[in-house]
Design a protein around this ligand. Structure first.
Ligand code: ARG
Length: 290
């Protein structure tokens, strides 16, 4: 078969159009960092000797919230509680898939009481809530890809969430769960090493995973956007995407470039203060999936 020039041009146009990513309106839950501080160290990023600028933390968090609102998304507030300095990391409080909430059960005592605050929020709003028996830190260790292989949950274990919680989540949410083993303590949650960038694809840092889990990810997501050490250490993968706009830490500039090349629109935000607690964009944002 001989292709005419117009065919080739048409094909290239099609490829370009296919690269045009489409956003979907999201509903998020966020908790103001009014009480944020680094008062204990439960991950390698938390250094009790580095001061946190509390005012700047609130300012940066406000910007993040305004950025999400500006992109057309809805943001529900969760009331912060004194004595729970990590409560700003709202992603850890539950994992919601298609109207069902699988509750969290924190590994560390310092954060245990956050689970009840999240539960109260969901129950007051009439969500179907399933209380966990196993240790798990919500969206910190679970990601949902509605269009990957018919609807897939990716789950991390190794530092916080127990493997038994993966099976419990599968029963609670009726979606297949793929267990991935995290091996580097700096990437203690799945959401600092891997993110859904749309309904069917992910970005991730292979070095955070066991060799076997890297092979599983390569098999399931051959078109994934890969991040390097610097991007991952800059919390670049701790991102929130609506399918087109990818809100990510401004320090992860190379990852932003790779996402742009893949047709996404990077939206950088500064979160230097919350990073001192070991979190960035995604940690602050839980997605409410009806
Ligand atoms: N200081 C918090 C902890 O160690 C940070 C949690 C970050 N959240 C996240 N989804 N990765 O638990």
């Amino acid at each position: 078969m001989v292709l005419a020039v117009t065919d080739v041009v048409g094909y290239l146009l099609l490829v370009t159009v296919n690269q045009q990513r489409v956003s979907r309106k999201r509903t998020y839950l966020m908790c103001s960092p009014e009480h944020f501080a680094v008062e204990y160290a439960i991950n390698p990023w938390m250094d009790l000797t580095t001061p946190v600028d509390a005012e700047l933390a609130v300012k940066q968090w406000d910007r993040l919230r305004e950025t999400l609102l500006g992109l057309g998304h809805e943001v529900h507030p969760l009331n912060p509680e004194a004595g729970l300095p990590d409560m700003v990391f709202a992603a850890n409080g539950a994992f919601v898939v298609d109207g069902t909430v699988y509750g969290a059960r924190f590994k560390h005592g310092q954060r245990a009481a956050e689970a009840a605050a999240h539960r109260a929020f969901y129950e007051s709003q009439g969500w179907r809530f399933i209380a966990p028996s196993e240790t798990n830190e919500g969206e910190g260790d679970f990601a949902y890809l509605p269009e990957a292989h018919g609807g897939l949950i990716l789950a991390g274990h190794g530092f916080r969430t127990e493997l038994a919680a993966h099976a419990e989540a599968q029963e609670a949410l009726a979606r297949p769960v793929v267990s991935l083993r995290l091996v580097d303590p700096r990437f203690y949650h799945l959401d600092v090493a891997l993110a859904a960038i749309d309904d069917g694809n992910i970005a991730y840092y292979p070095g955070a995973f066991s060799v076997a889990s890297q092979r599983v990810l390569a098999q399931l997501f051959p078109d994934a956007v890969l991040a390097d050490d610097a991007d991952a250490l800059a919390f670049g993968l701790n991102l929130v995407s609506d399918g087109r706009n990818v809100v990510l830490n401004s320090e992860a500039s190379r990852l932003a470039g790779n996402l742009k090349a893949a047709g996404y629109q990077p939206v950088p935000v500064e979160l230097t203060e919350l990073k001192k607690g070991g979190g960035s964009v995604k940690c602050c944002v839980a997605e409410l999936r009806r």
